[in-house]
Design a protein around this ligand. Sequence first.
Ligand SMILES: [Fe+2]
Length: 337
Amino acid sequence: MAEIVLGFGTSHGPLLATPPEQWDLRANVDRKNPELVFGAGTYDFQQLYELRKGDHFEKENAIEVRRERDARCQKELDELGRRIIAAKPDAMLIVGDDHHEWFMNDIQPAFSIFHGKQVFNRSLTEEEKRDAISQGNGYAIQIYYPPKDEIYPCPTDLAAHIVKGCVSDNFDITALGEQPSDKGALRQLGHSHGFVYRRILNSHPIPLIPVAVNTYYPPNQPSPRRCFEFGRAMARAIRSWPGKERVVVAGSGGVTHFVIDEAMDWRLLNAMKSGDYETLCNEPDIHFRSGTSEIKNWIVLAGMMSETGLKMDLLDYVPCYRSEAGTGSGMAFATWQ
Ligand SMILES: [Fe+2]
């Protein structure tokens, strides 16, 4: 049977490529955002500041603090790359969320698995680059997209087997046999997947099975419990494959952002570490909105890990604040070995 030899979780936000001196580019986007979500509430920037000013995030946002936190993140991203290569994987299954990359408003699958022959991570068009820069993400282009198109092979038979295994486990998976395109032009590989190849693996082309969960877009986001069970079903399918592949699996995204909620991050990371899956599955769904919803990719990962004997090693949790209202990105990096 195929073996899951390593699991890992990683944040993938744009701050990870942005010099700490320039984090205000993204803070300025926060200042204009009328829908900053925190817990069960939704606020504009001034309302959020009033709510949280007692926490004095201006101290957390000092340049020396930003630099120290950025250095911790870069160190652990490099460490993740070393651990993945050391695991000698034949295939890598990455669970991410789609931000209108492969899926648009016309169709948004709750769970999808790609089983085609190869995946293109193409370079951005000039228009796409301009869009990224206008969102304060100009520095981040390099950690998701290559300067020249890259191709990652897909272990198509194993991927199709995982689809079938999930279907027989009562998950009606959306199966992709080809990369979505518009009039022959390929849609861009999701940032959740591209980040792992571009930033963590320096474009090392480990065969990829891209999995997408709709964490972001109403009305069909799956619940935390459904995400956990989906992970269990995928792990069972991998282990029922008769081949001898060594498989690395990952959850990409999160943790809380664009408003950092350290209490929620620690609650869920501690639950993953201790195997307290009821706490994970019972976190109220309303807490998983905006970027914070990407923690569901980690919950799918936790479901996969619950089917193995692998233990979580939390490399670091780094709250990267970028404004006095407590906006920024909670960053977490972990492996299960
Ligand atoms: Fe993301």
